[in-house]
Design a protein around this ligand. Structure first.
Ligand SMILES: *Cc1c(COP(=O)(O)O)cnc(C)c1O
Length: 410
């Protein structure tokens, strides 16, 4: 009888008690809107921004309704207009090109390397070919490229960098927090990310003009003076009549849930790292499994795990994924023809009229991805690794690759 995993890949940890208590207090007083404050009360949303600015070492921070809203707000703050080309990774998730498309701008995709980071040579070629002025850099699945080299290259190309840190909240490159290398860093506090408020987003920057624009864009109704991690009134006075209100604010309920989670980020990173390294150890040396190297300079958050089945024909990968699913191991395959669950890839974003990217196609064809929620314990990870190793061996040896039922997507 072969072993079967019975845990859930999508079960996150509960909201900490301090967050539950703070949320109840907000519901009891009823002032959920961030600008609805009594007397000299400081709104939870303003406190969250102040505390996240301290955590990341940024001068300014703004809470938003989602990570996608944060990216769209950042793009607008940078002056991106309808029709403008905006560079982004081909290996990312749908909200990234979606944020670009929400401005009527044009996503231009850049190839991914086998290390799952942006290809610098192709970035340079695409920047020169399109004249793009902005790169929306997605640290997809937590893989961070050489940020010093990236910033130097983008400076040379005249590209402003907005970082999508949906998978790198709490991560660092050479001790600099992710989101602090570019002009703006954007984060998501959606349930599957590193702090959980259901939905939510944060944006950080050191640039006072970008920060003021972002606050005005988020829908501040001229109440920007109630923000704390924001520039002085003079900066707002210069801009306030020129910036539209594109309502996408954070509310006090979500901010209350999030505030106690900031102090937990570093411990969560360590716990995720332990799960990640357990998976790495369990899959090391398994024939056919190519693990992704993690640079020394990268202090990553291992909230998900990827490996490559290089050169496998699609039917064999499909057989492996279905075999693992039958044993309770829920894997996502970025090479699937049809978008499933959260796993779509650049070719599926038809509205962006993507050009064919052969290198990315080759990498994604063999890319297997799984979540590592903090509700897993090391024994879970060891068991999952054993099942994967076994199913890889079976699929590698299989002669009959007849189509199998598609795995369940969530
Ligand atoms: C989740 C996610 C976002 C933003 O997500 P929201 O659901 O809008 O908060 C952005 N980029 C990536 C890569 C993501 O996975």
């Amino acid at each position: 009888m072969s072993e079967r995993f019975t845990g859930s890949f999508t079960q996150q940890e509960p909201i900490p008690e301090a967050g539950i208590a703070a949320a109840l207090a907000v519901m009891r007083h009823g002032r959920l809107h961030r600008y609805n404050t009594a007397g000299d009360e400081i709104a939870e949303a303003a406190l969250l921004e102040e505390e996240f600015a301290v955590y990341t070492g940024a001068r300014f921070c703004l809470g938003l309704a989602s990570g996608g809203a944060a990216m769209a707000c950042a793009l607008r703050a940078c002056g991106v207009k309808a029709g403008d080309p905006v560079l982004s990774n081909a290996f990312t998730l749908a909200p990234v090109p979606g944020a670009i498309a929400s401005l009527g701008a044009r996503p231009v995709f850049v190839e991914v390397t086998e290390d799952l980071t942006i290809d610098f040579a192709h970035l340079e070629a695409q920047a020169k070919a399109t004249g793009a002025k902005v790169l929306l850099l997605s640290h997809m699945r937590g893989h961070v490229c050489d940020m010093e080299a990236l910033v130097a290259l983008c400076d040379r190309l005249g590209l402003r960098v907005i970082e999508d840190c949906a998978h790198t909240m709490g991560a660092k490159w050479k001790d600099v927090p992710s989101g602090r290398h570019g002009a703006i860093g954007c984060y998501s506090t959606q349930t599957y990310k590193h702090m959980n408020s259901g939905e939510g987003g944060l944006l950080v920057t050191d640039d006072e003009e970008l920060a003021a624009r972002a606050v005005l864009l988020s829908g501040s109704y001229m109440l920007y003076a109630r923000h704390r991690a924001a520039p002085s009134a003079e900066v707002f006075e210069r801009l306030r009549l020129d910036i539209p209100n594109i309502s996408s604010r954070m509310d006090n309920l979500r901010a209350a849930i999030l505030r106690p989670q900031i102090a937990m980020l570093d411990d969560r990173r360590a716990r995720w790292r332990a799960l990640y390294q357990g998976m790495e150890a369990g899959l090391a040396g398994v024939a056919g499994v190519h693990l992704i190297p993690r640079p020394q300079a990268e202090d990553y958050v291992g909230s998900s795990f990827q490996f490559l089945l290089q050169g496998w024909e699609p039917a064999r990968v499909a057989r492996f994924v279905a075999g693992a699913a039958a044993r309770g191991v829920e894997l996502k395959w970025f090479g699937a023809t049809d978008p499933q669950g959260f796993t779509s890839r650049y070719a599926h974003w038809r509205y962006a009229a993507p050009e064919v990217l052969p290198q990315t196609d080759r990498v994604l064809a063999g890319l297997i991805d799984m979540r590592l929620p903090l509700t897993f314990v090391p024994e879970d990870v060891a068991q999952i690794a054993r099942i994967i190793a076994d199913e890889v061996a079976q699929a590698a040896a299989a002669r009959d690759l007849a189509p199998v039922a598609a795995p369940v997507a969530d």
